[in-house]
Design a protein around this ligand. Structure first.
Ligand SMILES: [Zn+2]
Length: 76
């Protein structure tokens, strides 16, 4: 499984931090922080393990990064 992070979808920066934070006693959420533009992306859901939380946050980050190019959401 690849856990590489794509460049920031907003500024293209690659100076990124990813962490898993404890949400409550038994769950974690992941977050990715761009040090260039201070964007923070959180994982969609809370997870029982910090590893899963990080993976979910990375997936979401990479999805944003790729989708910002071709199929931009056109919600007003
Ligand atoms: Zn950025």
């Amino acid at each position: 499984m690849s856990d590489e992070l794509k460049p920031c979808p907003f500024c293209g920066g690659t100076d990124l931090d990813w962490t898993a934070e404890q949400a409550d006693a038994v769950t974690f959420f992941g977050q990715i922080h761009c040090n260039s533009c201070d964007t923070v992306v959180h994982s969609e859901e809370c997870w029982r393990s910090d590893e899963d939380a990080e993976i979910d946050a990375k997936d979401k980050w990479n999805f944003r990064s790729t989708s910002s190019d071709d199929s931009r959401e056109s919600k007003a």
